[in-house]
Design a protein around this ligand. Structure first.
Ligand SMILES: O=P(O)(O)OC[C@@H](O)[C@@H](O)c1c[nH]c2ccccc12
Length: 275
């Protein structure tokens, strides 16, 4: 049976084919190569050091397949700048068009507005999209393990690193974590939303956190309603949390990110004290 993820990818491939006709691969590759070096998202997320502080990946998200329209974001650049002011470490920009109402224009706007690393959040299935992400100034791409076979995952991860970028490698099961780990993924996310059914189950992070490779940045993705959920993930060992809905639907994103940072730091302090 076709899952939600399968359906999304059919649309992603159609949109991709349209873009490839408009901007040939050689052109996108040249534009990517002409960009100044990518920012180090791994370092920005606290990679390589013990977790002492929770990092927030704050998302520009207009709409989702599970919830429909989330927020009128008239100025994605201004929103991203507010996230940065609140203390976010990375900005995530949804660029998928059909289900999330995102665009590369949103990515461009955000890139110009912030000085921190930017994640191009899309369903990456082809090398073209990685060059395209770099050409539009992204420092990170999303690689969803459930959407890729091992050869493709490896190829996309290698290309990402060749371009000086990082990948957020997204998992949802133990088997997917192991597939990411063998390939040497340096930033590994657990999405608590199952992309095949769209069900959210925060306890998935509790179940999988210990399996994440020790040397990778551990990211908890989705399902944050407020500071309690941030504290929950941080208490389980997350080094970073990716938040969309709870930020775009809040009237004061600066304060909201600050509150999330504080909740995360307190939970980490508690965790360290207990160990
Ligand atoms: O809005 P939320 O529940 O805070 O979730 C954010 C983010 O984790 C979610 O947008 C996401 C995680 N993985 C994805 C893959 C594709 C599209 C979207 C996503």
């Amino acid at each position: 049976m076709a899952t939600v993820l399968d359906d999304i990818i059919v649309g992603v491939r159609e949109d991709l084919a349209d873009r490839v006709r408009l901007v040939p691969a050689a052109e996108v590759e040249a534009a990517a190569a002409a960009r100044p070096a990518a920012l180090d998202a791994w370092a920005a997320l606290g990679g390589g050091a013990p977790v002492r502080d929770l990092r927030i990946i704050a998302e520009v998200k207009r709409k989702s397949p599970s919830k429909g329209a989330l927020a009128e974001i008239s100025d994605p650049a201004a929103l991203a700048a507010q996230y940065e002011r609140g203390g976010a470490s990375v900005i995530s920009v949804l660029t998928e068009r059909r289900r999330f109402n995102g665009s590369l224009a949103d990515l461009d706007a955000v890139r110009d507005a912030v000085g921190i690393p930017v994640l191009r959040k899309d369903f990456t299935v082809d090398e073209y999209q990685v060059h395209e992400a770099r050409a539009h100034g992204a420092d990170l791409v999303l690689l969803i393990v459930a959407a890729l076979d091992d050869a493709r995952l490896r190829g996309l991860l290698e290309l990402t690193h060749e371009l000086g970028m990082n990948a957020l490698v997204e998992t949802h099961t133990e088997e997917e974590i192991d597939r990411a780990a063998v390939l040497g993924a340096r930033i590994v996310g657990v999405n608590v939303r199952n992309l095949k059914t769209l069900d959210v189950d925060r306890s998935v992070f509790a179940r999988l956190a210990d399996r994440l490779p020790a040397e990778a940045v551990a990211v908890a993705e989705s399902g944050v309603r407020g500071p309690e959920d941030i504290a929950y993930y941080a208490g389980l060992g997350a080094g970073a949390v990716l938040v969309g809905e709870a930020l775009v639907t809040h009237g004061d994103p600066v304060t909201r990110v600050e509150d999330f940072k504080r909740a995360g730091a307190a939970a980490i302090a508690g965790r360290l004290a207990a160990h």
